[in-house]
Design a binder for this molecule. Structure first.
Ligand SMILES: Nc1nc2c(ncn2[C@@H]2O[C@H](COP(=O)(O)OP(=O)(O)OP(=O)(O)O)[C@@H](O)[C@H]2O)c(=O)[nH]1
Ligand SMILES: [Mg+2]
Length: 326
């Protein structure tokens, strides 16, 4: 189980010293199970609208990787947060792919469809003031029996805020949204406000997770994702879509985690781009991923990276599955 770092289990926005004073065990003991509420909140939208940034802010710790490039998230990633009597199970999803129909994109879209079934609330994320065909395709997928909140993210980038009123009215005609929330996933106050908007949709039922628990994802998964994030952030545009990361070794030696991972790319030319001049790029990817993992786990990490070419993996259903995509 990947546990929450100390001091992160209190209500969002609570100063760290107060957070420490209310430990997770106290919290669990203090809330009568008859009063507890617990439910699933799915975060969906087209690529790059800020879904994972939002998940991390809601969970209070970085568990889902983010980047300026589309197709960053490739899995359903669940993050937990308990605030007062309410336990939220947030579900981050890949951006819904409408461009290419290769095996990887089909797997990503299957993941999105699976994630919106049986949830209590859907946060449909768009960029404030924008709505195009890619957004419309996601909206079409949403089940009609689940409440949907329109989350107009990146509100900080909207210069003429007065223009948003007619846009919101036009959105009202597209779907019977339960609520409209213009906000920024990077703004703490907005995140706090979002908790109070979402809590009423949680059914009254005992919590499903220890309040200290953070995510359903394993440490191995986190390791491969952090490497992939650095690969996304530190390489050119063409590379991310055709590369993936697999973990070859994950060993615990006392307080040290020893990890070996392979970055899989599609072409020989891509290999050079990942390795860089005199291995500089690969070294930087490794260093930044290691630092991120040490912060997440609060322990020392030894990370060894390799690069391998597997032509056409993203077009090959069996290979896409073998690399851990649904
Ligand atoms: N200005 C601004 N940028 C934001 C906000 N939220 C997210 N971003 C940025 O938007 C980019 C995409 O964020 P992600 O969280 O990776 O987006 P995503 O929807 O998860 O993307 P995919 O996983 O590829 O579908 C990143 O560069 C974020 O820093 C926001 O509220 N304001
Ligand atoms: Mg994402």
């Amino acid at each position: 189980m990947l546990a929450r770092a100390l001091g992160k289990d209190a209500a969002p926005g609570t100063p760290a010293d107060e957070a420490d004073a209310v430990g997770a065990e106290d919290l669990a003991a203090a809330v009568d199970p008859a009063q507890q509420r617990c439910g699933f909140v799915a975060i969906v939208g087209k690529p790059n609208v800020g879904k994972s940034t939002l998940l991390n802010a809601l969970v209070g710790q970085k568990i889902s990787i983010t980047s300026r490039k589309a197709q960053t998230t490739r899995h359903r990633i669940t993050g937990y947060r308990t605030v007062g009597a309410n336990q939220f199970v947030f579900v981050d999803t890949p951006g819904f792919q409408t461009r290419h129909g290769n095996a990887l994109n089909r797997a990503l879209n299957k993941t999105v469809l699976g994630a919106v079934e049986d949830v209590d609330l859907i946060l449909f994320v768009v960029e404030a003031g924008n709505f195009n065909l890619a957004d419309a395709k996601v909206l079409d997928l949403l089940p009609s029996n689940i409440p949907v909140v329109l989350l107009a993210n990146k509100f900080d980038l909207v210069h003429r805020r007065g223009d948003l009123a007619p846009w919101l009215r036009s959105m009202q005609e597209r779907h019977p949204f339960a609520e409209f929330v213009p906000m920024s996933a990077k703004n703490t106050r907005d995140i706090q406000r979002l908790f109070s908007i979402c809590e009423k949709y949680l059914p009254q039922q005992p919590w499903m997770h220890d309040p200290e628990e953070l995510t359903d994802r394993s440490e191995r998964f986190m390791a491969s994702e952090m490497v992939r994030e650095k690969l996304f952030r530190l390489t050119g545009d063409e590379l991310p879509y055709t590369s993936t990361v697999i973990i070859d070794k994950f060993e615990q030696e006392g307080q040290l985690k020893r990890i070996a991972a392979t970055i899989v790319v599609e072409r020989e030319g891509h290999k050079g781009m990942v390795i860089g001049d005199k291995g500089e790029k690969l070294k930087r990817i490794g260093t930044e991923a290691r630092q991120e993992l040490e912060k997440l786990w609060n322990c020392k990490v030894f990370l060894e990276l390799w690069v391998k070419v597997r032509s056409g993996w993203a077009d090959d259903d069996a290979r896409v599955r073998s690399f851990g995509y649904e």
